[in-house]
Design a protein around this ligand. Structure first.
Ligand code: BG6
Length: 362
């Protein structure tokens, strides 16, 4: 920033504008985020600062707002009376590639939970903004992020792991500790799962489970609202053996769309009920192409349109959620290993099992 200033590139005047784009993660904890913010602010005013979280540039992420606030049928069930829990997943099949220098010491939670996944949580859980102005949207996101809390103790509400060698996509891949540039004793997590509570009237008692990992079985990002079981089933137990919980799944990528999962009668003479999916797919419903996330966001920077950019308050609130978890993990040292090409560490499954739940299949 100081170099930009020194070289005159931060100067405004003659009707010109100067805007600076800062890529996530913004800092590596609360203190460094505040320090970075002070540095940027010494050179640029707030309206010239665009903090990028490329997930907000994705069509499917913006569509969470359209789904929730342009329709009537979802809002009545979007709360603790009907929702059992929410699962937010960002699974990747790739490893860290050539990014050892950035990734080691940062890890999965700082890399994507602090930003992408908490932004998905905010859009899913926030109240309706008064308009889609930057100010109104950011105010609602900040409000919900300030109500987020890690329930119970960190040992039971969090899990993490590091990928070991394994078989993926038809080839043998090496483990994290054997990746180029990674110290053999690194404790950086490549998988992280956290359970979060939201302390407000809409969500009290509804856990939000967030998970992310590299070298998992497949690439998928989704937000799944999992609904409570029907309060009474007027069928015999065997009729409903294959009935799960209703779910509404916002499929962010790669198979962009929305799935509604519900029980349906299996054709035949007996009353047997099984889960089925009703799908909306972008590819089938629209002929328009989705712009790339960065394409959309950089265009917004050029025209000075800020609603899709988190403001400092959101960044800080997200670090406040993550910092105690990172401190706890740092004090634990060694972490679980999981096989590349699999579903993540056992500790993540145990986290769910303690609550009598399971992760959606990857
Ligand atoms: C980036 C992370 O923000 O998102 C990477 O730093 C990750 O580690 C990437 O691979 C994933 O982005 P996308 O758009 O492919 O989900």
């Amino acid at each position: 920033m100081e170099q930009l200033q020194r070289s005159g590139l931060a100067e405004r005047g003659h009707g010109a504008w100067r805007r600076v784009v800062v890529e996530k993660p913004f800092g590596h904890d609360l203190a460094s985020a505040q320090e970075l913010n002070d540095t940027v602010h010494r050179v640029f005013p707030e309206e010239s600062i665009f903090r990028i979280d490329h997930y907000l540039g994705k069509e499917t992420v913006q569509n969470i707002l359209a789904l929730r606030f342009a329709n009537t049928m979802f809002e009545p069930i979007w709360n603790r009376s009907y929702v059992d829990h929410v699962q937010i997943t960002m699974a990747e099949d790739i490893g860290i590639g050539g990014r050892a220098g950035y990734y080691d010491g940062i890890g999965a939670a700082r890399d994507v939970i602090q930003n992408h996944l908490l932004q998905l949580l905010a859009l899913t859980a926030m109240e309706e903004p008064t308009s889609f102005s930057a100010e109104a949207v950011r105010a609602e996101k900040a409000k919900i992020l300030s109500s987020v809390r890690v329930p119970g103790d960190l040992a039971t509400s969090t899990a993490r792991g590091q990928y070991a060698a394994g078989w993926q996509g038809g080839v043998n891949v090496r483990g994290y500790l054997d990746e180029e540039g990674i110290p053999k004793d690194s404790h950086t997590e490549t998988y992280a799962a956290v359970k979060l509570d939201i302390d407000n009237r809409r969500w009290a008692g509804v856990p939000f489970y967030l998970r992310t990992g590299k070298r998992l079985s497949r690439r998928v990002t989704e937000v799944a609202m999992v609904f409570q079981q029907a309060p009474h089933l007027p069928f015999s137990h065997t009729d409903t053996e294959e009935l799960g919980q209703n779910a509404l799944v916002m499929r962010v990528q790669p198979d962009e769309g929305i799935t509604v999962r519900f029980g349906s009668k299996v054709p035949g003479t007996s009353m047997e009920i099984r889960d089925v999916n009703m799908d909306f797919a972008y590819g089938e419903s629209f002929t328009e192409a989705s712009p790339e996330a960065y394409e959309r966001l950089l265009l917004d920077v050029l025209i000075g349109d800020p609603p899709l950019f988190p403001r400092q308050e959101e960044v800080e609130l997200s670090w406040k959620i993550l910092d105690p978890i990172e401190e706890y993990w740092a004090a634990q040292g060694a972490l679980d290993q999981y096989k590349s090409g699999g579903y993540g560490p056992d500790s993540a499954d145990e986290l769910m099992a303690r609550d009598g739940r399971t992760w959606r299949r990857l």
